[in-house]
Design a protein around this ligand. Structure first.
Ligand code: ZN
Length: 449
């Protein structure tokens, strides 16, 4: 409960900071919380302080975007295009968790900007914003890879912009033109969302409370390397995935040498807690969120094959099945949505993974914590929740899908109710942090001037 008031104070100061920046720092007219957080995210990316890809999703907005860094010396452009596909999968996940994506097939008649009064955009589903002089061949390949995805994942009725950033050769950071950071960020924001961000919700939903973070990362990389690959002619996505799994096992000291590899509910908080424990135990920081997600997903695929037979990847374990889980998660909770789709509890799959990687060969499903269903109509600070232990298979049959566990202000079994995540794709917390980072620098400049 004490964390509650701390977070309350945090959000209050955020509101104060935002009121300072709204008229001066951002010349765009979109001044509400979500608009400012989204702008802050783009601004931070153009600063180039941390060159990690991501997605910029805002519910109700007329478009959305992907953040993609390009090292100009890298010649494997199809491998870089894989990153755009990965980030697009995150947009789909966020669209479902925000209950914005309700379609099962692509909208017909093109993808006009939701705000038809705007002249921005060319009406194409995938578009590029390239202020940093990224090579045309690279830009073209990214758009080609996105366009080559199957129609049943082109579900947004608005365009997706790929924002290209330049990365310092051989390094993780880059800023193509420091003097233009603010101009680029404002122009990109206005091109994607519109100066007045028409349609955009003013406050982000607490969608990540219903997100299984581990599955989100694993799915995005699996689809980008093994499934949505028809545009790749020189990049062998399957071999790349298998190498990543091998590298992930090395980095995470699996199988057998990592007694801390407990993904628990799969929430972002549980992954952060697990990484803290691994770090304290001297496991390489290379055992990243992405590696953890990929290892979990590889085990999940094995579980599918084992349960459903050799045709599993064409049947139960096909991409559409997991999309139905994301779609149902905001109303059923991830775990019940997962159980209703596959007929296995999350705990069953995780216990099998612990055995496969020799983390804990005696783990059983009912010792694995479950994610609660979070009621997204709640206002105020996020309260992601999990409970211990997981329900049994029979209990899932009896309780799903109507079980509502977490309600507004419910307790959290995690050590903290929210924290920023190191996931590439921005969570609310990460977006807000970005806005705060941008705001704080202005805030001090304001008083120093
Ligand atoms: Zn990702």
């Amino acid at each position: 409960m004490s964390t509650s008031s701390l977070h309350g104070a945090f959000f209050l100061s955020l509101a104060l900071l935002l009121s300072f920046v709204s008229n001066s720092f951002v010349s765009a007219a979109c001044t509400h919380e979500y608009g400012q957080a989204t702008y802050g995210d783009i601004y931070q990316k153009f600063q180039g302080l941390e060159a990690s890809g991501g997605s910029t999703y805002a519910k109700g907005a007329r478009a959305n975007g992907l953040h993609i860094y390009i090292d100009p010396t890298v010649t494997e452009i199809e491998e870089t295009a894989k990153v755009s596909v990965h980030e697009y999968v995150h947009l789909l996940q966020q669209g479902y968790l925000n209950e914005e994506l309700v379609l099962d097939s692509a909208p017909t008649g093109g993808v006009p900007l939701s705000d038809s009064s705007s002249s921005v955009g060319n009406g194409l589903r995938f578009q590029a914003i390239n202020y940093c002089g990224v090579a045309e061949a690279t830009v073209t390949k990214h758009l080609e890879a996105l366009n080559a995805m199957p129609d049943d994942v082109k579900l947004f009725d608005h365009p997706t912009f790929v924002i290209f950033y330049s990365q310092t050769p051989g390094e993780g950071t880059g800023n193509c033109n420091a003097a233009q950071t603010e101009t680029f960020a404002r122009d990109a924001f206005n091109a994607i969302y519109g100066e007045d961000c028409p349609g955009m919700e003013s406050t982000p939903m607490i969608w990540e409370a219903n997100e299984n973070h581990v599955v989100a990362e694993g799915e995005a990389e699996f689809l980008a390397t093994n499934v949505f690959t028809s545009s790749y002619t020189s990049f062998n996505g399957t071999a790349y995935w298998e190498q990543k799994i091998a590298d992930g096992k090395t980095d995470c000291k699996l199988p057998g040498n990592n007694p801390h590899f407990y993904v628990h509910s799969g929430s972002s908080q549980d992954v952060d807690d697990m990484k803290d424990k691994m770090q304290n135990a001297g496991v390489s920081p290379a055992c990243s969120n992405n590696a953890i997600g990929e290892l979990m997903y590889a085990s999940f695929v094995n579980y599918c094959l084992e349960k459903e037979g050799s045709s599993a990847l064409d049947d139960w374990c096909r991409p559409e099945a997991l999309r139905r889980v994301w779609k149902a998660a905001p109303t059923q909770g991830f775990d019940c949505a997962f159980f209703n789709q596959y007929g296995w509890t999350w705990g069953e799959v995780v216990a099998k993974m612990y055995a496969e990687y020799q983390v804990d060969t005696s783990a059983v499903a009912t010792t694995v914590p479950s994610l609660c269903l979070y009621d997204q109509t709640c206002s105020g600070e996020p309260k992601p929740c999990r409970r211990l232990p997981s329900y049994t298979h029979d209990e899932a049959l009896a309780k799903c899908p109507f079980e509502v566990i977490a309600s507004c202000g419910d307790i959290s079994l995690s050590s903290a109710s929210s924290s920023s995540s190191s996931r590439s794709s921005p969570t609310n917390a990460a977006m807000i942090s970005a806005a705060v980072a941008a705001s704080v620098s202005f805030f001090f400049a304001f008083f120093l001037n």
